[in-house]
Design a protein. Structure first.
Length: 161
């Protein structure tokens, strides 16, 4: 595992990225929703069970934002055991392969999540607990997957320019 800080930038010297700012906001919302639910259960013995829909949707958003921030700072999880066993001349090719596979995966997610969102919109599906349009929750998957692919490409271009 690569545990060293990348030489091109560190968290201390770089300003917060948009992903980090949005992640903080989303985490704050999750905490508020969960805390409100705990208080409601404690004082009224009732639960805001419907808020679980929001929490789950926000966790998905948080996952995409966290992934994007990890790629921006070269802090994503990777197992480089086999890459380190390769000759040095092959390391760049392995990096390109990793980039291509990761970008392809998120492009795949964007495409199919976009189709899912469109179907939910077209067939007017509603959420089970709150009855709001289901696409309100899923629209963020294709949007953030496309943003993540753009982040990957821009980060790759910046580091290898």
């Amino acid at each position: 595992m690569n545990t060293e800080s990348p030489p091109h930038e560190t968290e201390a010297s770089a300003p917060y990225t948009i992903e980090q700012i949005l992640s903080g906001i989303v985490m704050g919302l999750i905490v508020l929703i969960t805390f409100g639910n705990v208080l409601a259960r404690y004082f009224t013995s009732q639960s805001f069970a419907a808020t679980e829909e929001f929490s789950i949707a926000l966790l998905i958003v948080l996952s995409f934002l966290g992934s994007s921030a990890a790629f921006a700072f070269d802090r994503h999880i990777r197992v480089d055991f086999f890459v380190r066993k390769l000759p040095r001349s092959w390391h760049a090719a392995a990096e390109w392969l990793s980039f291509a596979v990761t970008a392809s995966l998120f492009a795949f997610i964007a495409f199919y999540a976009g189709r899912l969102t469109w179907d939910q919109y077209r067939f007017e599906e509603t959420s089970p607990a709150l009855g709001v349009p289901q696409w309100w929750y899923t629209v963020w998957m294709p949007v953030l997957a496309v943003a993540l692919v753009l982040r990957l490409v821009l980060t790759r271009m910046r580091r290898h320019a």
